[in-house]
Write a protein that binds this ligand. Structure first.
Ligand SMILES: Cc1cc2nc3c(=O)[nH]c(=O)nc-3n(C[C@H](O)[C@H](O)[C@H](O)COP(=O)(O)OP(=O)(O)OC[C@H]3O[C@@H](n4cnc5c(N)ncnc54)[C@H](O)[C@@H]3O)c2cc1C
Length: 537
């Protein structure tokens, strides 16, 4: 038996992100992972702008930005009858070295596959003395009472069984989550909405050029049967590809799937490849009906299962990890109130529901795209005319799946029990566009400061009180927070752009970069505000 304040179950990207968040906050934790951590065939390939902002805080954004995905490789999405067939249309997305900065964030979505992202997280987690990562270690079961959780685990290298006593357990153990099932937490929603197959292969790095196409990251296949699958280049240097068959009858097995047939259909001819892996999986649309019970919490695919359309699965899980991470730290450090952890469910479950809803909508859009005619594959004027028409329709119908900056950055904690509403109306929630807002519950918006930093760089491990010119005294609020041991930094900021965007002279930003409270006048009941934002009201 040994003791640890936080036990994380699962060393996928979400469990690793939680280990990093806790390590960055100096909280001792242990992560146990069933496998040895090797990734043969990656699931996720896109780290979105919000996850990049978290990486920036942790000090690893440069590593993700400079991952081995080539900086001059366009991130375009092309619609093709096959890789060597006709191209109908193309959604341009600039390569890393020509990307203009977004006005809303210091970062953009990055093509950084799990084969690189997980090891970056892993190495960073291991750099914290308070974090212990244990691979080939399995959670078998756990029990909890009012004071602690006791986990039964097996070290798979030695077969030795062991008990770990912990104050909090977080299940980041993926879609099949033993932790979620043990808590009798149900998944609600449509459930399985498709039976896709992923085929991973290596091809010569010049495959795209040999097929007569300009580089892109996605080649979405459309023929007379409609949109049927996609080719994704994961690692252009080493020629690693994923061919996804969008949906099948559900009877495929790795042994009976006709890989050569699908490959020929996708490439439009015979090309030599080296097969790497076959994944048969279920496309899901489901959300847990609660995010934890007692001292046990859940994050990532354990609580939200969504179609990869829109690239929101892991990214939503990373933001879960940040939310539960700062709250666990606050409680373990003694300044978090008795209701702080409950706010994790209140804040993150609606965001999970939003991600599931949008991802399902993107998928169903593609599924409902009308079947093409055989003209699409024909040479000549009639074929060209059909391709131009369908190409434009594809950009309209499927394009939104790849224009998601609002989805990435615009989530907010409406009705959060630990934010103080200011009576202003909700801005629109448009997946394609962000409406930057410092309304309580929102992600405190990015502004470039005069010295070149982002305002996000001012938000640290504790609360940050921004005071814009003309701000009234905030000393009572500061004293109330300090008296409760809430870590606080006060920043006097003479930055007109930021003052205009934040709209109030006093703005209190939380340890996760969301706005907790704002006003132009000092609060009358400072104790109430201080207790609300630390979950003790
Ligand atoms: C084809 C595809 C493409 C995708 N693309 C993207 C994308 O571009 N962007 C994006 O954000 N998301 C994407 N996703 C979704 C993303 O991959 C998942 O949301 C993400 O991997 C979930 O991470 P996780 O850590 O919650 O779960 P997992 O990655 O499933 O990790 C869970 C871990 O827990 C371990 N575990 C399970 N049980 C136990 C136990 N009893 N004891 C110890 N360890 C245990 C497992 O071994 C596993 O390593 C994609 C998914 C697919 C299928």
């Amino acid at each position: 038996m040994h003791r640890v304040p936080v036990l994380i179950v699962g060393g996928g990207p979400v469990g690793l992100a939680l280990a990093v968040e806790l390590g960055w906050r100096g909280i001792a934790c242990e992560l146990i992972e069933l496998t040895d951590g090797t990734i043969v065939s990656p699931k996720m390939n896109e780290v979105n702008a919000r996850s990049m902002e978290f990486c920036r805080r942790w000090g690893i954004a440069d590593k993700v930005f400079n991952c081995p995905f080539p900086a001059d490789h366009p991130l375009d999405v092309a619609f093709v009858t096959s890789l060597s067939g006709h191209e109908l249309s193309r959604l341009p997305r600039p390569c890393r070295n020509t990307q203009a900065p977004l006005p809303e964030s210091p970062h953009r979505m990055q093509a950084c596959s799990q084969i690189w992202f997980d090891p970056i997280l892993r190495a960073h987690a291991q750099s914290f003395a308070s974090v212990r990562l244990r691979y080939r270690c399995r959670l078998d079961s756990f029990t909890q009472n009012a004071d602690r959780v006791t986990a039964q685990v097996t070290d798979l290298a030695t077969g030795r069984k062991q008990e770990i006593e912990t104050e909090y357990l977080v299940g980041c153990d993926g879609a099949g989550s033993l932790v979620r099932r043990s808590l009798h937490i149900e998944l609600v929603g449509e459930g399985t909405i498709g039976h896709p197959i992923n085929l991973f292969f290596r091809a010569a790095p010049d495959l795209v050029a040999r097929c007569g196409k300009q580089p892109a990251v996605f080649f979405l296949g459309i023929d007379h049967s409609g949109l049927w699958g996609s080719l994704r280049i994961i690692d252009p240097v080493n020629g690693l590809w994923r061919l996804m068959i969008d949906s099948t009858d559900g009877n495929a097995t790795p042994e009976n799937v006709d890989r050569e047939f699908y490959l020929r259909r996708a490439l439009g001819g015979d090309f030599e490849v080296e097969w790497v892996d076959v994944n048969i999986w279920r496309r899901r649309s489901a959300l847990a009906d609660r995010y934890g019970r007692g001292r046990v919490w859940l994050a990532g695919d354990a609580v939200h299962q969504l179609s990869p359309t829109g690239g929101m699965g892991m990214n939503t899980g990373v933001a879960d990890a940040v939310d539960i991470g700062w709250k666990l730290a606050a409680v373990l450090q003694g300044w978090g109130g008795a209701r702080l952890l409950d706010s994790y469910d209140a804040e993150r479950r609606p965001v999970g529901a939003r991600a599931v809803r949008m991802a399902t909508w993107f998928y169903k859009n593609a599924e409902a795209f009308p079947k093409g005619s055989r003209l699409l594959e024909q040479e000549g004027t009639a074929g060209a005319r059909a391709r131009a028409k369908v190409g434009a329709e594809l950009l309209r119908a499927i394009g939104p799946e790849f224009r998601t900056v609002g989805l990435q950055l615009g989530y907010r904690y409406e009705g959060s029990p630990i934010c103080v509403p200011d009576g202003t109306p909700e801005p629109p929630d448009d997946p394609a566009e962000v409406t930057p807002s410092a309304r309580p519950g929102s992600r405190a918006p990015h502004v470039s400061l005069r010295d070149g930093r982002s305002i996000l760089d001012l938000y640290g491990r504790g609360f940050t009180l921004l005071r814009f010119p003309g701000a009234p005294s905030s000393s009572d609020l500061e004293a109330a927070l300090r008296w409760r041991a809430v870590p606080l930094t006060t920043v006097d900021l003479d930055e007109p752009k930021a003052a205009a965007l934040y709209e109030r002279q006093l703005v209190l930003v939380r340890p996760d970069g969301h706005v907790a409270w704002r006003a132009d006048t000092p609060p009358r009941d400072v104790a109430q505000i201080a207790d609300t934002v630390r979950g003790a009201a």
